[in-house]
Write a protein of this length. Structure first.
Length: 277
C-alpha cells in the first residue's frame, strides 16, 4: 500500500505524465508518485474498444483517481485521450503543461489484453500496447529535452515481454509481440536520450490484480490455454497475483534520484516468473 501521507517527498516539484491512469496499475502509479510529492498529468481513454472482451475504464474511474491523488495534497490534471491518437494525447499533455509548466517523469502504462481475439485483436493490441507507448514518448520527449533538466521514462511491459508465453490466437500473439517490442523501444530511447540525461527503463510484471486480469473472460481464457497446452504458468514465489502497489513502488524507485544511473534496464517485478521459465 502507498504510505498514509508524504514521507520526505523525494519527487517534490516534479511532474509525472501517466497513461492508463483511471484504474489498475495507472491509478497506483499516480497515487504512489503523488505520495512522493509529484504533480500528476493523468490520461485514460475512458471508453470501450470494441474488440476488448472485458469492460475498460470510465470517466468515473478517472474522477476517482483525481480524488485519490488530491487526497495526498498533490495537484492533478486529468484528461480523456486515446494513446492510439497522438494528437489527442499531445493535447492532454499540453493541458497539464499549461498548469504545471514542466515535465520530469513519463509512465507509459496504458495497455489492453486481447487473449482469445482474432485478427482485429492483433491490430488493436499492437496499436495500444506498442504504438501507444511510442506516441506517449514522442509527445513527451521534446519538452523534456527543451527543459534541459533530464528526467525518467518508464515503459510498462510485461513478463510476456521477456519470455514466449501465451496461446496461438492473434490477440495473444499480438500481446506478446507488443510487449517484446516495448523492450526494443526502451533500449533505443535509452541510448538516444542518454546525452540529455533522460533515463529510460521498462518494468515487467507477472499477473497483477487489476481489472485487466481479474475478470471472468481472462480466467476462462487461462483455463482453456492450460487445458490445450498443459504447462506451469505459475510464479516461483507462492503468490498468484501481485498487487498494483508492488509495481508502483518499482516505478517510484526508477524515477527517483536513488536510480539516477539506472537506464536501459528490463526490470522484472514478477515473483520469479521469468526466472522460472
Amino acid at each position: 500500500m502507498p504510505p498514509d501521507g508524504p514521507l520526505d517527498e523525494p519527487l517534490k516539484g516534479k511532474t509525472a505524465f501517466i497513461t492508463g491512469a483511471a484504474r489498475g496499475l495507472g491509478r497506483a502509479h499516480a497515487i504512489r508518485l503523488a505520495a512522493g510529492g509529484a504533480d500528476i498529468i493523468a490520461v485514460d481513454i475512458c471508453d470501450q474498444i470494441a474488440t476488448v472482451p472485458y469492460p475498460l475504464s470510465t470517466a468515473d474511474d478517472l474522477a476517482d483517481t483525481v480524488k485519490r491523488v488530491e487526497d495526498f495534497g498533490a495537484r492533478i490534471v486529468a484528461r480523456q485521450a486515446d494513446v492510439r491518437d497522438r494528437a489527442s494525447l499531445s493535447a492532454a499533455l499540453q493541458a497539464g503543461l499549461e498548469e504545471f509548466d514542466r515535465l520530469d517523469i513519463v509512465v507509459a502504462n496504458a495497455g489492453i489484453a486481447m487473449m482469445g481475439a482474432g485478427d482485429d485483436g492483433w491490430n488493436d493490441v499492437i496499436d495500444v500496447n506498442l504504438s501507444g507507448v511510442y506516441h506517449t514518448v514522442q509527445v513527451a520527449v521534446p519538452t523534456m529535452i527543451a527543459q534541459g533538466n533530464g528526467g525518467s521514462i518508464v515503459l510498462i511491459s510485461s513478463a510476456a515481454g521477456l519470455v514466449g508465453i501465451g496461446s496461438d490466437d492473434p490477440g495473444s500473439l499480438g500481446y506478446t509481440a507488443a510487449k517484446h517490442g516495448v523492450v526494443g523501444l526502451m533500449r533505443a530511447y535509452a541510448n538516444q536520450l542518454a546525452s540529455h540525461n533522460i533515463r529510460v527503463n521498462s518494468i515487467h510484471p507477472c499477473g497483477v490484480d487489476t481489472p485487466m486480469i481479474n475478470n471472468e473472460f481472462f480466467r476462462q481464457w487461462l483455463d482453456t490455454a492450460e487445458a490445450d497446452a498443459p504447462r506451469d504458468l505459475g510464479n516461483a514465489l507462492p503468490v498468484e497475483l501481485v498487487k498494483p502497489d508492488d509495481i508502483a513502488n518499482a516505478v517510484a524507485w526508477l524515477v527517483s534520484d536513488q536510480a539516477r544511473y539506472v537506464t536501459g534496464v528490463t526490470l522484472p517485478v514478477d515473483a520469479g516468473f521469468v526466472n522460472k521459465r
